[in-house]
Design a protein around this ligand. Sequence first.
Ligand code: ADP
Ligand code: MG
Length: 303
Amino acid sequence: MMKALSIKNLQKTYKNNIHALQDVDLDVEEGDFFALLGPNGAGKSTLIGIVTSLVTKTAGKVSIFDYDIETDFSAAKACIGVVPQEFNFSIFDKVIHIMMTQAGYYGLPRQIAYARAEKYLKKLNLWDRRKQSVRSLSGGLKRRLMIARALVHEPKLLILDEPTTGIDIELRRATWDFLQELNQKGTTIILTTHYLEEAEYLCKNVAIIHQGRIIENTNVKSLISTLDVETFVFDLTAPLNLDFSVNGFKTYMSDSHTLEVDVPKARSLNDVFRVLLEKNIAVKSMRNKVNRLEELFVRLINK
Ligand code: ADP
Ligand code: MG
């Protein structure tokens, strides 16, 4: 099987002597939907930057569909579409102009360029806004415009750096659906994220990066199945002492009305409810906390 991305022994040391990437080996198969998951500062954007030739590597080898990014630069570049973490267009430009300029950059004839712009702006619900300036778009729509722009030359590999950060839930869902459809039609997708949920919902395979090193590389399902603690957040109707505890569980009070409890899979939530009942504490609502990523890191780093 062809590899969409192959990275061997990649190193990046910035001028300030920060080792942003150390001994990174990574392969992504053609057709995969791959997550590079890690906290802020882990090295995700540096890795994406090197793959897309915006950042120079210190050492190592990177190939895109077997094209070396150094010796086969143009061929490699033609295979990639990238959605960077930061907005990088002129906010006074019109939406359609952004698309046409990008198409021109890839040498597409005008007619094809316009057809592609129409196709992807429609898919991302931006066609009606094609004559508006980028400035008038919400953060979420700007992000979607960057996705449309990255697709204008129909790359085989789409790379997105934190594509849904700062997007509201509705638009996030729509963006996820769009990416899923794109992947199903054959585009290989790599995204970086610091949301485990995003990787879980979208991706087949995942690499976890921590302090510039890949500390896990597996399929998402088996990664998720190793998690054995869930945190529940209880919103309480009455305030509680901040040093309140439930015997046998790790608890935190994030404020006087919010109790967080770590519940191992083997244990029952009933035990938590029992203690709360005994103390006459009523629970207004309960939700599952999104912090399983932290648990993963603790486990991986100590293994
Ligand atoms: P992530 O995208 O996972 O948040 P980054 O790749 O942006 O991580 O950063 C990795 C590390 O490299 C961090 O410690 C960051 O401060 C540092 N870093 C990133 N860009 C630069 C730069 N241009 N110059 C110096 N240090 C940088
Ligand atoms: Mg980043």
